[in-house]
Design a protein around this ligand. Structure first.
Ligand code: GP9
Ligand code: MN
Length: 631
């Protein structure tokens, strides 16, 4: 008897239908990569939890309004999903608010809208039809719950949400802070919650931008004038050495200096790089520091392209991809270079597709430009050897001179390599990460060697300079004990800073005056250095870094956490160390030695942050073409 009278409330029916539909769309209509059972589970649970969250709100409304709310919510939700699907088919990406309002994207979409439609898209609206129909008065599927039940229903929402967030956090630690890929976000929290997150981020960024005013850029300008050694236009022996040559810039994943000249069971880890750094055609900066923070590879790219510091929290590539910049690719474009990036990963990772456009890159060869097969991929994807090999044909098609950035992938945490591809043995310590680190490094070393050979064979080598740079550390502090064993010394704070040195080599075929340069430099100095080598003078540029070849030195390299390194000292964790000995400076000299520079470091980081938060470059005139030689 009771059973016959039972009617499932519409908000529950809607939750099930809409949730299931969303799951089907995620799973079969988007092309999301599902790597393990946990991801699959989250992908299934999340749409149902999200649907419940939205539809449950109806229980607080009166019966008539409940029905209206459910109908319209189902329709609007489906439209949002549909819009994302169409956008995804065109851009392999999800909608972000700023991108939505970018004219060219919208135009791109309207032009190709019909070709982006598939017949099965009808699935997206099937549940809406059912919900709409069932919401009619005659079915009477509204509920009138007592207050306690309403509260209980709402509480379930928070439980579901919290459960989802916890699962997502387990699956991708720091997902929200780092926000490294929209696809990961959507996979873990769903497209609706992702839009909420995107809106919050957008509002925050907007507010900071609105508050900023023009006078702030003058402050940055006068600081830089006052503190940078006057070296603009200084003509060193290397000025213009690479004029009109192609620039091949290789960002080498997770490569730290300690790999160079290291051996595992009597075998060199990096035989190719060991030779390269000593070559007559190479200038190797052995005291070059990475300066990245949470944005990892994308931070290193950002620093190199702009000679600005990354942010302390989040990745600028995500948070401020719409800002005005005076980036390296843009300057090179103005000087007749074709500019491109090669990286065999999702284009959306680190928001690269959006940011590269803004920075002025002409081409981005992402995962889809490469043939990725089970034989040539593992870990993070396409292996470096295949990556370089498949890139040559694209490189040959670039108009000369070109600037091409390559970002390697194989030597990435957790540094896994199929056994048959390993040419050094595993290290033996308590850290499995460190144990594996050498094998993938050796692999990438071989890939680089092969790349150099292919560049020679294809005739590109002679007309190019090749710059190699480690993007950031690969072995974090968690492995200090194992690292200490490997290096035969304790990793204290001083040594930890020293381990942030990464390879930086400028290889100029035919140069013959190669050297090992011991100057203390960092990623922030790359942009002015490259421009110097190419003979491009940017009179009005605002850079926090300096040309590494200049005779007059800037006083320090600042790390994002406020530590710094200069010729004499290393300051970190509130202690001032003697750079040569690694001993803390005598108590009474501490203040004198590090304090004035520390003050400048803090000021500089803050000014760079202001530029980013306030989008201050929009107020500044970089002088355009006239100031650039060669145009
Ligand atoms: C991803 C690759 C690695 O595309 O650049 O990023 P990371 O985790 O090193 O920042
Ligand atoms: Mn990286």
């Amino acid at each position: 008897m009771q059973r016959r009278n039972f009617k499932m409330p519409l908000f529950i029916i809607a939750t099930l239908l809409f949730g299931l539909k969303t799951y089907i769309v995620y799973r079969f209509m988007f092309d999301l990569s599902i790597e393990n059972a946990m991801q699959e589970f989250i992908l299934f649970v999340n749409p149902i939890a999200s649907a419940y969250l939205v539809f449950m709100i109806s229980v607080w409304l009166n019966p008539k309004r409940q029905m209206k709310y459910l109908r319209w919510t189902a329709l609007i939700g489906s439209l949002v999903l549909f819009a994302n699907l169409i956008f995804y088919r065109n851009f392999t990406d999800f909608i972000t608010i700023p991108v939505l309002f970018q004219g060219n994207n919208a135009a791109d979409l309207t032009g190709s809208f019909l070709t982006l439609l598939h017949w099965e898209d009808i699935i997206i609206f099937l549940d809406v039809v059912v919900i709409w129909y069932l919401s009619k008065q005659k079915f009477n599927l509204s509920v009138d719950l007592p207050k306690t039940s309403k509260i209980a229903a709402t509480a379930v929402t928070f439980l579901l949400l919290a459960g989802n967030v916890v699962l997502a956090e387990i699956e991708r630690p720091m997902l929200f802070v780092r926000a490294f890929d929209r696809e990961y976000l959507v996979k873990n929290i769903g497209v609706y919650n992702y839009h909420l997150y995107d809106m919050t981020m957008q509002t925050k960024t907007r507010a900071q931008r609105v508050m900023a005013d023009e006078s702030e850029i003058s402050e940055v300008e006068s600081y830089l004038k006052e503190h940078s050694p006057d070296q603009k236009g200084e003509e060193t022996e290397l000025f213009r050495i690479a004029e009109d040559k192609n620039v091949i810039f290789v960002s080498v994943e997770s490569f730290q200096n300690f790999l160079l000249d290291s051996e595992i069971k009597g075998k060199e880890t990096t035989p190719f790089l060991n030779d390269l750094k000593e070559s007559q055609d190479t200038i190797w900066f052995k005291n070059f520091y990475h300066q990245t923070a949470q944005g990892k590879t994308s931070d290193s790219e950002f620093i190199v392209e702009n000679s600005l510091y990354p942010l302390g929290r989040g990745a600028v590539y995500f948070t401020h991809a719409q800002n005005e910049y005076n980036a390296l690719p843009e300057i090179l474009n103005d000087n007749g270079y074709e500019t491109s990036v090669f990286h065999a990963n999702n284009k959306t990772f680190w928001n690269r597709d959006v940011m590269y456009d803004n920075l002025g890159y002409d081409q981005f060869y992402g995962e889809q430009s490469f043939q990725v097969t089970p034989e040539n991929s593992f870990g993070w994807g396409l292996e470096d050897k295949a990556f370089f090999e498949q890139s040559i044909k694209y490189l040959q098609s670039q108009e000369k001179p070109f600037y091409s950035k390559f970002i390697t992938l194989t030597h990435h945490f957790p540094f896994e390599l199929p056994e048959e591809k390993a040419n050094v043995e595993l290290y033996d310590s308590g850290s499995s990460t460190l144990n594996h680190y050498f094998q993938t490094a050796r692999y990438t070393d071989e890939a680089l060697q092969q790349f150099f050979e292919q560049l020679k064979q294809s005739g590109i080598y002679e007309d190019s300079i090749i710059v190699l740079m480690g993007d950031h550390y690969g072995i974090s502090e968690f492995h200090n004990k194992a690292m200490g064993e490997f290096l035969g010394k304790e990793i204290d704070s001083y040594e930890h800073v020293q381990q942030q040195r990464v390879p930086f080599m400028v290889h100029i075929p035919g140069y013959e005056k190669g050297e090992i340069n011991e100057k203390v430099v960092g990623q922030i100095d790359v942009k002015p250095t490259l421009l110097h080598l190419l003979g491009i003078e940017e009179e009005n540029d605002l850079t926090f870094g300096e040309n590494m070849f200049a005779k007059q030195e800037k006083d320090f390299v600042a790390l994002r956490d406020g530590s710094f390194i200069n010729g004499d000292y290393i300051y970190t964790d509130s202690v001032c160390y003697d750079r040569q000995t690694g001993e803390p400076v005598q108590e009474e000299q501490q203040g004198e030695a590090c304090a004035p520079i520390k003050e400048q470091v803090d000021q500089e980081l803050k000014l760079s942050d202001n530029v980013i938060y306030g989008d201050l470059f929009r107020f500044y005139d970089f002088g355009d073409e006239e100031s650039k030689s060669g145009s």
